[in-house]
Design a protein around this ligand. Sequence first.
Ligand code: NG6
Ligand code: CA
Length: 543
Amino acid sequence: MKIQTIPRFSPLLLTLPVALSSCSNIEDSTQKKPNIIIIYTDDVGYGDISSYGASLVRTPGIDNLASNGLKFTNAYATSATSTPSRYSLLTGEYYWRKPPGWRVGDLEGTSIAPGDAGMIIDTGIPTIPSMLRDAGYVNAVVGKWHLGLGPLGGPDWNGIINPGPEDIGFDYVFLIPATGDRVPCVYVENRKVVNLDPNDPIEVSFNQPIGDDTTIYNPDVTPAIITSYPKPGESRISKEREGIKMHPSFGHDQTIVNGIPRIGYMTGGYAARWRDEDMADMITEKAVNFIRENRNNKFFLYFSTHDIHVPRVPHERFAGQSQIGVYGDVIKQMDWCVGEIMNTLDELNLTENTLVIFTSDNGPVLDDGYHDGTPEETTGHQPAGPYRGGKYSAFEGGTKIPFIVHWPAKVKPGISAALFSQIDILATFASLVGHESPDSITYDGSDHLPALLGEDTEGREFVIQQNMGGTLSVVKDNWKYIEPSDGPALNPYTTPNIELGNYPGHQLYNLEKDIGEKINVAGDNSQKVKELSGILERVRNRE
Ligand code: NG6
Ligand code: CA
């Protein structure tokens, strides 16, 4: 593993006359800039963290961040699903601006990327890592990516993966390429699949079964009719036959890896396949190593956990440890990852001047395609806190997420009700590191550094949210407007079926009186409807 250890400076800085005083000024300001870590969790809801109200599962590592940092109670992801939220986080641009099919193929439109999507972020646009690289930072992404790799149709998994996160400013890259429930179930490190045996190449398809192996999960022929994944020279009776660990409830029935059926077809690459139980340890180790190796640099780490997405397969030491089943076990595991990152900072004396943001890509879901006992075992737990809906939804549960800022040198502990959106993180970081025009680095995001630091208690004027089907909502002054949509009311693939918030007429909710979005008051407030729908139209048309 090769890690860039020398910070890169922008050409502008390199051409400055090397007067001693200006040189030391630059060094001084570089010294004061914080290291930055974004811990981006998957499907963690507002109510999944004990400092946000969870009582049946404890999250001491995250609670420690909350009690010594700034806990936001009005922060939002831009979307109720992963790919759009991640795109907006890194680029400061709303993903719904992309035309349907943008680099992901025809079917998925601007929503959740399939496992063979091409690299979704244009390598020419400003991103958090490219901007920070210009400011002298060394950047790493470790964990879930889900923003496509390679050209449209996916990369050559057996070759050099190009383009990838390296082409938008990341110096060290260790990826779960898409999601834990999609093939290929392998890690990618610095443009290559880890542990790939060239004699056992990987093939991936999202259209049809491929290879000689029968990889379709068939519940009528349990444990499975799978005969795949022999290593060269091994018999065709593989480990995959040994036992099915989890049965699908919807989809997730195409290829079995590590006893777990997944979305998509895959053959080969047997030695490279991950063991889900080790995933949290694996990515934490890579993140910790990056921090250690860059202790003397300014660094940015985008640490993106698999937890608490499905399949929920905790390491053996977390299995059965919570009182709300495997859902709570993976929350505890995620909390452990956070603790390990913070312990490493403490040990290296870096905590004081490291800005850590803990947040999530979208709201929570119980059964998201596997029978893992979650709907039954989480009785009494409210994953979305007081909010309606969850992952996929236009209601608040879809995008209102935990958001904690921890930076002892600069941010006073407390609670902030400022309205904040992940769309602003790029511009806000640009401001933080002294970029000359942070507000114009992206069109959609803007500099809200004072809110991030707790100095501005109001935050942005309004927040825009996207649900799974692309329906947009806007929150302003405690009013919530959801635009009319012909989309389905419920997500049939989840149990319980999550309310998507789609409805053919206007929806308006008074969040101050009705936090659970129960009473649609659009009929009595036509002026408000006009104001908020007008904001949506203006933002949509870039006016
Ligand atoms: C859905 C999957 C769900 C999950 C989601 C992506 C089915 C029925 N559902 O299509 O299991 O993978 O995509 O989640 O296949 S996200 O958090 O990455 O957006
Ligand atoms: Ca997610």
